[in-house]
Each structure stands twice: as C-alpha cells, then as structure tokens.
Design a protein around this ligand. Structure first.
Ligand SMILES: O=C(O)CCC(=O)C(=O)O
Ligand SMILES: [Fe+2]
Length: 213
C-alpha cells in the first residue's frame, strides 16, 4: 500500500467515525475516471443497461414513481471495471484494518439517469436487517452545472436537514453508512452517470431482502 493510500484510508476512516460519511469532490489517486466514462458510454450505446427496480428476486418490480435509472452490475472481466473493483477492495481492507467493520465483499452497478429521471428519498438498508453496511457513490459527469439538477441530497437520520448537496461531477466520491443516511437524487436535466456500490458483511443468517435496490 502506498503512503498516499494509507493517508486516504485514515481520512476516510476518521470521517466515518466522526460523522458517518466521507465526501470529496477532488479526484482520488488510482481511481479511474476516463476509462469508466468510456465504458458506461459504450454500455449505454449497446443498450446494455436495464431499468432498475426495487426489491430483490421475486419481489423485484419496476416502479416509475420511486426511481427511473437504468443499471448494469460491474464485473472484473472488463479492465476499467476491474480497476474500479480493485480500488474498492483496497478501500475495503483499509477500512477493516482501521475500524474492524468486517466488510466482506463489494458489489456495484453503473447507473444512467436520463433527463427527467430521479430517485426518491430512501435508505439503502434498514438497521440490523441487511448485509449492506457501507454505500459508495462515484460520479462520472464532466462540467456539471448547478442548474442541471441531478444532485444527491444526503439527509440527517430522521430529519429533513440536508447534510450535503452533491453535484455529480467527475471524480466525486461519497461513502456513507447504509442504514444511517436517507438520501435522494433530484430530477436530472441532463444524462447523469454514476457507480453506486455497497460493502457487505457476511451475514448468512440474514434472510431479509434489501429495500429499494
Ligand atoms: O446516484 C446517486 O447519487 C445515488 C444512487 C442511489 O441512492 C442508489 O442507487 O441507491
Ligand atoms: Fe441509495
């Protein structure tokens, strides 16, 4: 691990302890941008993204009033995707070494929100009822302007207080405890690309489905 990474993991771990989330709009060392932008553009052109639903397996359903994005899960078969997954695996060990969170694996999907798309306020996990413990969102849109909508609003738990209003600008990364922070994606006025992911614990006793993803 390079000193730059160790320092970054310290910063992220400290932020998670202090406030439950970490947010930076500064591109991070080793985290790809251009290759992932090219990859999602290619997938989009090939119509390889599919409308996201809510609920899992037999409960999976498309609900236009809740979310209107299209997604595709990343896999390590493609170079750009693998580099992203490897970076997140480094972060996983970095956080485990510092906070003993027992993060076991990581899953993530590309998401495309076309103009008019949004995702209503939701929690990624309910307390004690999921194995998703830490959410990441990474953005891939150059030159996002404040009048283009599509911001992510991160709320304080059980209140309407907005903690962060995040422009989905290339290189911006947000990491937060999945069961603590309600959030929403405001209606976007231009195509909006991102990667949403979840670090999970290995909780095989847990049979509950995850809400909303
Ligand atoms: O794209 C974003 O800003 C957040 C997406 C999200 O909340 C989710 O996929 O659960
Ligand atoms: Fe979410």
């Amino acid at each position: 691990m390079s000193p730059a990474c160790a320092e970054l993991y310290d910063t992220i771990a400290d932020a998670l302890v202090d406030q439950g989330y970490y947010y930076t709009s500064r591109p991070l060392p080793g985290l790809p941008t251009t290759t992932l932008q090219q990859r999602i553009a290619q997938l989009d052109a090939e119509a390889a993204l599919q409308r996201a639903g809510i609920g899992r397996h037999q409960d999976h359903q498309i609900n236009n009033s809740v979310r209107r994005d299209s997604i595709r899960w990343l896999s390590s078969e493609h170079t750009a995707e693998r580099e992203y997954l490897e970076w997140m695996d480094g972060l996983r060990s970095g956080i485990n070494e510092r906070l003993f969170m027992g993060l076991f694996d990581y899953e993530c999907h590309f998401a495309h929100y076309p103009p008019g798309a949004f995702y209503q306020r939701h929690l990624d996990a309910f307390q004690g009822r999921t194995n998703r413990v830490l959410t990441t969102v990474y953005y891939l849109n150059d030159q996002w302007q404040t009048d283009q909508g599509g911001e992510l609003l991160l709320y304080a738990n059980d209140s309407d207080r907005v903690l962060e209003q995040v422009l989905p600008e290339t290189g911006t990364l947000l990491v937060f405890l999945s069961d603590r922070f309600p959030h929403e994606v405001l209606e976007t006025h231009r195509d909006r690309y991102s990667i949403a992911g979840w670090f999970r614990v290995n909780n095989s006793l847990n049979t509950q489905i995850d809400p909303a993803n």
